[in-house]
Design a binder for this molecule. Structure first.
Ligand SMILES: C[S@@+](CC[C@H](N)C(=O)[O-])C[C@H]1O[C@@H](n2cnc3c(N)ncnc32)[C@H](O)[C@@H]1O
Ligand SMILES: [Zn+2]
Length: 290
């Protein structure tokens, strides 16, 4: 899939005045994705709003007035648990399913919205080397970890409520268990582009829930209707996490809000006694404007 966008369009827009952001001391024609981002030192709009590239190679495009807390998004501790767990390869079936679908779609430009510490962005970039990947998350700790580890992806701190990208910048967007704002997804996707939504299916982490709650409420199996999009495919990605060991189960528990529900000792007991745990996801693909 080739992008229909003019080459001169910029990736980022200013979060303060919405004008395009250009890297300083370079021309607008420069490709603003991937490697080039970490090599710039700052970005500026025509109204002289100025954003420095952090030493890890990311941009912080989340103005203080868009923050609803001092450190919004997932905490450093949760992210470290997530990185440790994901890098064990336990969710490889999900990565493979996503990579296979994306290889068919072959997007030229792709956004991982709510990308966390960047594991999926990086795995998918490796599976689709010709695709330019950008990733954003509201958590600064997440983006610091992501940018430091994966310099060939353009990461920024921002809110999904106001995406810091120009109009029609992406052929595809991935939203993996993260919040999104439909109007912003539409604005940043080109017509005909796709949204890939990964959500927890009914039995996701069932064995954890059976221990934590008296009455387990399963995740919904309803397909979300998204105005302006056609739902084109649902893939049910279900696999058992067997004999991972107590540490890995504990990392998984602590990277989700379920980790807050039990005291440490009970969490350890639960994870030591566990031999299998259900992973259960839906991958829903939507096409924009059809
Ligand atoms: C369950 S995690 C998923 C992270 C990543 N997609 C993954 O699967 O590893 C949800 C992510 O959404 C981020 N997040 C929460 N609210 C957000 C918002 N308004 N805008 C952007 N990211 C947000 C959190 O910081 C967190 O990294
Ligand atoms: Zn500006």
């Amino acid at each position: 899939m080739t992008s229909t966008l003019p080459y001169t369009s910029t990736l980022y827009r200013c979060p303060l005045c919405r004008e395009p952001l250009f890297p300083e001391a370079s021309t607008p024609e420069q490709n603003l994705f991937s490697q080039s981002v970490s090599k710039q030192t700052s970005y500026r709009c025509i109204n002289r709003h100025h954003f420095d590239v952090a030493k890890e190679g990311y941009l912080n495009l989340l103005p203080v007035q868009h923050k609803n807390s001092k450190q919004p998004g997932d905490s450093k501790a949760m992210l470290q648990q997530r990185r440790q767990f994901l890098e064990s390869g336990a969710y490889q079936p999900l990565v493979s399913a996503l990579a296979e679908q994306l290889q068919h779609l072959a997007p030229a430009r792709m956004l991982d919205s709510g990308c966390g510490e960047g594991y999926y962005s990086a795995q998918l970039k490796a599976a689709l080397p010709a695709t330019e990947f950008a990733g954003m998350d509201i958590s600064k700790s997440a983006i610091q970890l992501a940018a430091k580890r994966y310099p060939d992806i353009a990461f920024c701190v921002a809110s999904a409520k106001t995406l810091p990208y120009g109009d029609q910048q992406f052929d595809g967007m991935l939203v993996l268990c993260a919040p999104f704002e439909l109007a912003e997804v539409k604005r940043c996707l080109r017509p005909g582009g796709f949204l890939m939504l990964v959500t927890a299916a009914p039995e996701h982490l069932l064995q954890f829930k059976q221990t934590i709650y008296k009455e387990v409420r399963l995740h919904s199996d309803a397909v979300q209707a998204l105005a302006g999009f056609q739902h084109v495919r649902r893939q049910h990605c279900r696999f058992m996490l067997e004999q991972l060991g107590a540490d890995a189960y504990l990392s998984l528990l602590d990277m989700t809000p379920l980790g807050w529900k039990l005291p440490q000792q009970q969490k350890q007991q639960l994870c030591q006694s566990l031999t299998q745990l259900q992973a259960d996801f839906y991958i829903d693909s939507y096409q924009y404007g059809s």
